[in-house]
Write a protein that binds this ligand. Structure first.
Ligand code: FES
Length: 104
């Protein structure tokens, strides 16, 4: 991918299924989600305000922001439930040698 850079965020074992981990790296704040053993990465900051999605309530592949209870699909970033309106940014994840990496 031209201009793409792969960065390592954490070990896959750092994020248990059904949970998320906030990772700050370079100037990014990301949320790493483990959905049944599959990893997804989004921006940690909610698109609606100051909510941190890694601290949200996770059910299957939906995360509920702990600030105003807006919901996003973890896989796609799509809004599942308002008040958030703007989809979250997602990143292409690859697990390499047990490390969760994304292209930025
Ligand atoms: S800050 Fe996340 S729903 Fe408002």
């Amino acid at each position: 991918m031209p201009g793409g850079k792969r960065i390592e965020l954490c070990s896959s074992g750092d994020v248990a299924p059904g949970t998320a981990l906030k990772v700050e790296i370079d100037d990014l704040a990301l949320a790493v989600f483990n959905v049944d053993g599959e990893f997804f990465v989004t921006d940690d900051l909610c698109t609606h305000g100051p909510g941190s999605l890694s601290e949200g309530y996770i059910e299957d592949d939906v995360v509920e922001c702990n600030f105003h209870n807006g919901q996003f699909n973890i896989r796609t970033g799509e809004v599942v439930s308002p008040p958030c309106m703007v989809p979250g940014k997602t990143y292409a994840v690859t697990v390499v040698d047990g490390k969760v990496t994304v292209e930025v």
